[in-house]
Design a protein around this ligand. Sequence first.
Ligand code: GLV
Ligand code: MG
Length: 336
Amino acid sequence: MRSPKDFFRPLAVGAPQPVREVPFRPSRMIHFFDPSNPKMAAKVPDIAPTVDVLLGNLEDAVAADRKEAARAGLVEIAAKADFGDTQLWTRINSLDSPWALDDLLTLVGAVGHKLDVVMVPKVEGAQDIHYVDRLLAQLEAKAGLERPILVHAILETPSGMANVEEIAGASPRMQGISLGPADLAASRRMKTTRVGGGHPGYLVRQDPSGDDAPRATFQQDLWHYTVARMVDACAAHGILPYYGPFGDIKDTLACEDQFRNAFLLGCVGAWSLHPVQIAVAKRVFSPEPGEVAWARRVMAAMGDGTGAVMIDGKMQDDATFKQCRVVAELADALAA
Ligand code: GLV
Ligand code: MG
């Protein structure tokens, strides 16, 4: 599969840079750690090779009086470690906070050459991405970086939702968007008190059947609309959509369901907040061998991908060929 950034052209200060090839890099799990927490920081060398993306978190979940320590901790870890194929991302503080500017100045200046992506929380519209984009361009030029740092937005405000298409297309630096279900729930006045996942009260009830038989209820997915909308915006602009966090660490079953719903709707990954969620994300966001085998069978039978054939009683045509290609190319890219 080709990366959406195959033809990435950075907005740089000075002369336009040549179009560059960015190879596909898996990002099935974006593993969060708190660089101000010495226990977590000590585990980085062991965790890094087991994840696609390691993210040093500077925003929520890092207490206000630990912000500087987290930033300094991330600089120290990034400077020391060799992350191999694992991407290094950071989540900076929100742009209206007292810390965001120093986060960018310090990190790009000190370890910008190691940073792949900056995740920006609470993005409200394209203006937030433009601001980060120009600032990054200046800081990259100042630091003499040869590789542009990409930008990832968290979708977690009602304005962000309303502007999701313009956010997705706001800059060639845009790498992707994650759902931020906790902040989004709060700012929308949803009545949840957890990080992601469902709610037993959000259900549909079977219609009455005319007798006194008990009526079944079915829990609904609170996040279906939002994820689907985010996926469309990302696909329209060639960037990648992600489910965000799932806070009930012990409930790996529900975590897997939530991640799988997102995968089936088009997301390429999710956040892992605890090591137990790493394997869950790896399993969910890698296509199943049976699905891959079926996809390859359809593609082989379809030849040049045009026309129609019947396979096991199911009609296949140009469109199913393309669906199968999505699955097969993802499997090939992950195997490479
Ligand atoms: C993540 O940042 C969230 O608010 O869910
Ligand atoms: Mg949030």
